[in-house]
Design a protein around this ligand. Structure first.
Ligand code: TYD
Ligand code: MG
Length: 479
């Protein structure tokens, strides 16, 4: 077998734009992530080998002796954004904000930038008062016009228009701002590399330089990242590893609300969400998100059920809708919007086998109203009840909230944090809750005597052990 030379002279490298893997030659399909046409040539690599005498050795410290000052967070002035970040921005941290084009990344960050500038101006504790917004996508005039419209102008908010990494680094060094926003990392180009903007090596190296500088100088760095067609951050996955927090903007153009979700956060809980609504004056944080998602709910229709789900630590009530209609296809369709389609297909199979509902001749469509995306298994019971209600064409009680995971034998499994879900249901004025039996005992044990118990006199709990009981207790009696 022929062997590669030990240290081949590396003139060019072929990198996959989708997964960041590196190859010696061009290929039509990436062997690692199987993406087509994603491999591009990147030249201009220098293989620097450091001289061993120059390498400084490390000093290891006992973990108990490591000094850690409480990292002083500062507020972005936008409550929903602070919540997603775990309480605010940490100096020296790097945050990647991803999302589809036009979803509102630049709008939100401009709003946050002016709020930070305003808050820091009045704060006595911080020496650094300025926020630097570097845009490579729009001109400074465009940003100002938008700023005027959304009331985000502040003298301490500095704008610069550049795509060049080196000039960005020197501007940041010169102005020593508290926060730097780069819109976007895909348009940033380093003079040191010859490859085009947005390629893996450019994105990776530019991000690395900016992050390193942020750690050295101690400012918070926010990078805007584009997403690819399939919703991943464009550029290498390695970008997500390099930053301290990754937050995604979700939502679609058909709806005015947007969800900001922390995918990763080294300074707070991941999975936390913030809910916004896009209005004519920019993005407005929505505290009472359940009200937004349930706003258009119609009374007395079959195939609709309210699910109490949990996004991070935040409870959210959403409407799950189902439609069951006779199929015209050889294989019946199972489609889901806002839910995992495979899970829906599995749940339909559970329903067929375990409680004998014949759906082999029916198409099943399930949707989360309002464009929310639910990934929790706690949605299972709500999905099944919605399908069952649609199949039987019998509406479920209007004032009922449901949560619970369903196993393959049809058993209802407990879910995390039932108390929080129930509190939200009470807050929204619901009168019944259908929940897993095991959660019922926990809710009772844990909350004897506290507010939940007092309030729950008006909320009737319906504990369920098996899907069969759910069908009986919720649908097959007068309510
Ligand atoms: P933008 O922040 O430019 O998106 P991104 O940076 O993620 O690409 O958002 C632009 C969209 O937001 C555009 O479609 C118009 C809409 N919008 C409003 O509805 N109201 C507003 O006040 C602003 C500034 C934008
Ligand atoms: Mg933008």
């Amino acid at each position: 077998m022929s062997q590669l030379p030990h240290n081949p002279p590396m003139k060019s490298l072929f990198t996959c734009n989708s997964c960041g893997s590196e190859h010696r030659k061009w290929m039509g399909q990436c062997p690692d992530c199987l993406a087509w046409n994603s491999i591009t040539e990147e030249s201009g690599f220098t293989n620097k080998t450091p001289k061993s005498s120059n390498i400084p050795s490390l000093t290891a410290t006992a973990i108990t002796e490591v000094s850690c000052e409480d990292s002083p967070r500062f507020s972005t002035g936008i409550d929903e954004l602070n919540r997603v970040l775990g309480g605010g921005l940490v100096p020296g941290s790097a945050i990647l904000v991803g999302g589809n084009p036009g979803i509102g990344k630049s709008t939100l960050l401009l709003q946050a930038a002016s709020q930070i500038a305003m808050l820091l101006k009045n704060s006595a504790s911080s020496e650094r008062k300025e926020v630097l917004y570097i845009t490579g996508e729009e001109s400074a005039q465009q940003v100002k016009l938008r700023g005027q419209r959304i009331d985000a102008l502040h003298p301490n908010l500095l704008l610069a228009n550049s795509c060049n990494l080196e000039s960005m680094l020197s501007t940041i060094k010169g102005s020593r701002p508290s926060t730097v926003i780069i819109d976007s990392i895909q348009t940033t180009i380093s003079d040191q590399l010859t490859s085009a903007a947005g390629t893996v090596s450019q994105v990776r190296d530019c991000a690395a330089a900016l992050i390193q500088q942020a750690k050295q100088l101690g400012h918070a760095l926010i990078l805007v990242g584009h997403v690819t067609k399939d919703g991943n951050l464009a550029g290498p996955r390695v970008l997500e590893h390099m930053v301290d927090a990754v937050i995604y903007f979700e939502g679609d153009r058909g709806h005015s609300h947007r969800i900001l979700r922390a995918i990763k956060n080294r300074y707070g809980p991941a999975g936390e969400i913030g809910v916004f609504e896009m209005r004519d004056k920019g993005l407005v944080g929505i505290r009472d998100a359940s009200r937004l998602f349930l706003a258009e709910r119609s009374a007395d229709t079959s195939g609709s059920v309210v699910l109490a789900c949990l996004e991070g630590t935040r409870p959210l009530l959403v409407e799950v809708q189902a439609l069951v209609s006779p199929t015209v296809y050889a294989t019946p369709k199972r489609a889901a919007v806002g839910l995992d389609a495979n899970r829906v297909a599995m749940l339909v199979a559970v329903m067929e086998r375990r409680i004998g509902i014949p759906l082999t001749q029916h198409d099943v469509y399930v949707n989360v109203a309002g464009g929310a995306k639910i990934t929790e298994p706690a949605a299972d019971l709500a999905i099944l009840l919605a399908i069952l209600s649609a199949y039987q064409d019998r509406p479920l009680p209007l004032q009922m909230v449901v949560f619970g995971e369903v196993g393959l034998t049809g058993e209802i499994r407990p879910v995390g944090n039932p108390e929080t879900r129930i509190k939200e249901a009470i807050h929204m004025g619901f009168q019944r809750v259908v929940l897993p039996h095991e959660n019922f005992s926990r809710v009772q044990d844990l909350n004897s005597g506290d507010t939940l118990r007092k309030n729950s006199t008006s909320l009737r709990s319906i504990p369920i052990k098996h899907l069969r009981d759910a069908a009986q207790k919720c649908l097959e009696r007068d309510h």
